[in-house]
Design a protein around this ligand. Sequence first.
Ligand SMILES: Cc1cc2nc3c(=O)[nH]c(=O)nc-3n(C[C@H](O)[C@H](O)[C@H](O)COP(=O)(O)O)c2cc1C
Length: 381
Amino acid sequence: MQTSLPHLFSEMALKTLTLKNLLVRSATYEAKAGDDGRPANLYLGFYRRLAEGGVGLIVTCLAYPDRYGKLPRAPGVEDAGCLQALSAVPASIHKVGNGCKVALQIGHTGRQVPHIVPDGKPVAPSPVFEPYSGITPRELSLPEIETFIDKCADAIDFARRAGFDAVQLHAAHGWLLSSFLSPHTNRRTDIYGGSTQNRTRIMTEIISRAQKRVGDDFPVLVKMNACDYAEGGIELPEALAIGKILDDAGFAALEVSSGTWETITRDPQVIGWKAEPIAEARKRINTVKDEAYHREFARAFKKEIKGARVILVGGLKTPALMEEIIAGGDADLVSLSRALIREPDLPNRWRAGRGTRAACVSCNLCLETVVEKDGLRCAVI
Ligand SMILES: Cc1cc2nc3c(=O)[nH]c(=O)nc-3n(C[C@H](O)[C@H](O)[C@H](O)COP(=O)(O)O)c2cc1C
């Protein structure tokens, strides 16, 4: 089929994995798994619709390698017992997706705990007060960090054995791995704190231990912040240094995002978590100029990062803009979350030359729907 978006609809390799196009579904928490972390019909149906819609790579919502860092009704990847339930996800995506690939996002909530953890104390690299949840977390001990690294490496192995094509470590938005990277939340004085290299060590340890189990070719992606917007937090120059360490360590792609729970109140657009009236939202990402709000960050990453692919996420709605971003070399791939909640078939429509801008108005009311019985939906349609 001829397309007017030749860059967007070209193939790309992530290590040995070939993606059919450069459109990624960015990880989106949908609260559709069971309370036990098993993804069943509701979950599978949601992912089938995304796969049928034509996107090249789906990144799932945050799956937990440790139940004390889980989001309610998120999928679990805690032990080998989850394998059978989990394997239904890639199986059903591969069945209907016409070449669509799927990466399991793995992460831990850390200090931004949205629910009560059993001992009442969420964990973090350091006991730094978290104003959004009003909690001061407990500092992880060295043996606990070692155990967590092993759990993440195991989870990557479980994901591969369950049939996922790749995994993504969630090290953005202030969750546990993100809080290790950031000097604002990581005040440790041992080998996991201090220098940029030390704060990134948890990530390089996870990938190196995982690669012993899954080999070097299995693509491990990362989502990370180019800027925390927090005083004493990560800013672009340090994010680039972290990106280089991750690139050297063998990560296949870096998805460039920004912000944390503490800082969305300052700039709610950055990660799209704060719900607001639709009329207000329409004022924000309303024109092509308002889209791609991480483009400058992605461009800086593209200049510095030589091996890993760079994925741009944030406010993308217009296919011609995405085509221009890729063609101009500002990113290797583009990633969409909210637009695909409302219209999962956008990639097919764009490929066929039908329709232009995504209808999503970035009102973020979808965030509130995750507490409903069936989880995430577009609150506008
Ligand atoms: C409802 C909702 C849930 C999200 N859940 C996750 C998640 O589980 N993991 C993640 O990395 N980002 C998550 N995000 C952030 C998105 O992946 C994305 O970075 C952000 O929404 C900006 O992209 P967009 O403008 O295309 O929506 C979520 C966003 C929304 C709106």
